[in-house]
Every structure is written in C-alpha cells, then in structure tokens.
Design a protein around this ligand. Structure first.
Ligand code: SF4
Length: 282
C-alpha cells in the first residue's frame, strides 16, 4: 500500500501544474534530446526484462528527457501503470481521451482513481465542430455502417485528441500487452515512433492478463466494474461488448466488423499495422 501522505503531497503538486508533473514535464523536448530517443529505446529494451513494473516506469522517467505522457482508458492494464506512476509520484503526465461515448462505469473508475491517489487525470476531448460535422454526416451511431465510417469516428473522437495530448512530448507510455491479440503479438518494450517523432513505451509488453490482474489485486487498485461482467477490453460504450468464455480479449471491440484487426488508429502505423518489432526503426 502507498502512503496517503505521499499521495496527498503528490496530488497537491500535480494540481498546481496543469500537466501534472514537475519542471521536466512541462518543458518541451529539445531537438538535440530528440535525436537520442532511438538509442534510449534500445537501452529500455535491454533493461525491461529484469525490472518490475515500478522499476520500469521509474526507468522510463529516469532515462527519457522532456515531457512524458501516459494515456489511460482506465482498463486493467492502464490502472496498473497508473498505480506505479502515482505511487512513486513520478513526473509523468496522465491523460485520457474523453470521447464523449464512454461507459458510466469508466467515469466512475476515473473519479475513484482521482480520489484514491489525490490527482487529476487530464482530459482531452474531441473538437466540438468536428463532432458536429461527423454526426451531421454519418448520424449519431453512423460508425456501424462501415469500417471507414468507424475509423472516421475514431479519428475525430480519439486520434485527433491523442495528437493534442502528445504534443511536445518525448515519449508516450501505453498499456499494450503482446498477448492481447494477434495484431499486438510483436509489441516491443520501446520503439521510436517515426510518425509522431517520439518514443512509444509499453511497460506491460510481456505481461499476461492474469499477471496484470494479480498486480491490481495485490495493490488494491481501483478497477472498472465492467471487468467483472465479462468486458475485458473496454472502449466506447456503443463499440464494446462483453466477451464469451474462450473468445479473444479484444473480440468485444467493434464485434460487428468481420476484420480481425481491432484497432482504432491510436496504435497503428500509416500502413495500418500495429507498431511492433517489424516497424522500421530509425
Ligand atoms: Fe466512435 Fe466507436 Fe471509435 Fe468510440 S470506439 S470513437 S464511438 S467508432
């Protein structure tokens, strides 16, 4: 368990700074520092296997200069990482993409997380004009009509807000695990994202769902109530259902689509592949 005094102190410090971190967090990364990011990725790849989750997120903060952003959707993996960040009061900005279509249970665990750790999670909402144009074009649930329409919705509600969340950052920390789906099987601990010009770091790359669940239980981390109702991967409410026993973890995302690719554009390269060991490195 973490000390409440430590958490309260952390929360006060974060509340005073819009981006939730210390000086390094609010400063943009210098061009010279950005040049060394691919080399830092290599070091993290070497070090991660020997480190626990607390040590991994501390190593990310310690090794990478500039602003770091962790994006959370308040799922099991993200809650584990958030705990490791908040418990150590690390200068890492914790942000979420509030698409406007989230489950009430997701807002509940968001609020519970802020109470538990005495912090603010920074919300990035879609541009209201873009949402209004999208709805006028395809209807309120138009994303069901085709994969293209769904990707349009994700682009407005997720991808564009993510770009704002990551603006000026040196690294993006995510909760990707390699065993979540076939598409994610090659996920690396860290790699340089050529498109966004930042490091993408996945501290749970080699964890199983069971290991993640054990960590969350052991540290009494707030969890989305939907997990107990069969929702393994939780996104927007109209695009997520519970999975049946034996179904893949991400089978409940956009289940009406025939494609096996269950991604929303956040974790894919321009040629529509999940960033992985096969993604070209600088
Ligand atoms: Fe739109 Fe569904 Fe994508 Fe959410 S998950 S942004 S509602 S298409």
């Amino acid at each position: 368990m973490i000390s409440m005094a430590k958490v309260a102190h952390s929360g006060a410090a974060r509340a005073a700074q819009p981006h939730g971190g210390g000086d390094r967090s609010v400063c943009g990364i210098r061009a010279a520092d950005r040049e060394i990011l691919p080399a830092i990725a290599g070091k993290l790849v070497e070090r991660f296997p020997a480190l626990d989750l607390f040590e991994r997120v501390a190593a990310i903060r310690g090794q990478i200069p500039g602003r770091l952003v962790f994006t959370t959707s308040f799922g099991l993996e993200d809650q584990a990482i958030a705990h490791a960040i908040f418990a150590q009061a690390l200068a890492i900005d914790v942000a979420t993409l509030d698409t406007g279509r989230l489950f009430p249970e997701t807002y509940d665990v968001w609020a519970e997380t802020e109470r538990r750790y005495g912090v603010r999670v920074v919300a990035f909402a879609p541009d209201h004009r873009a949402v209004e144009t999208l709805i006028a074009r395809q209807g309120i649930d138009g994303f069901r009509s085709s994969v293209e329409a769904r990707l349009d919705c994700c682009a407005v509600r997720k991808v564009a807000p993510l770009a704002r969340a990551l603006d000026g950052s040196a690294a993006w920390i995510t909760g990707l695990r390699a065993d979540q789906s076939a598409d994610r099987a090659q996920v690396l601990p860290a790699l340089f994202d050529e498109e966004r010009r930042l490091l993408k770091v996945n501290p749970l790359f080699d964890w199983t769902r069971e290991r993640t669940r054990e960590f969350v239980r052991a540290h009494d981390v707030p969890c989305n109530a939907l997990h107990e109702r069969g929702f393994l991967s939780i996104g927007c409410a109209p695009c997520t259902r519970a999975v049946m026993p034996g179904e893949p973890e991400r089978a409940g995302r956009w289940w009406w689509e025939q494609s096996q690719k269950k991604e929303c554009g956040l974790h894919v390269t321009p040629d529509a592949h999940v960033m992985s060991a096969n993604t070209p490195q600088q």
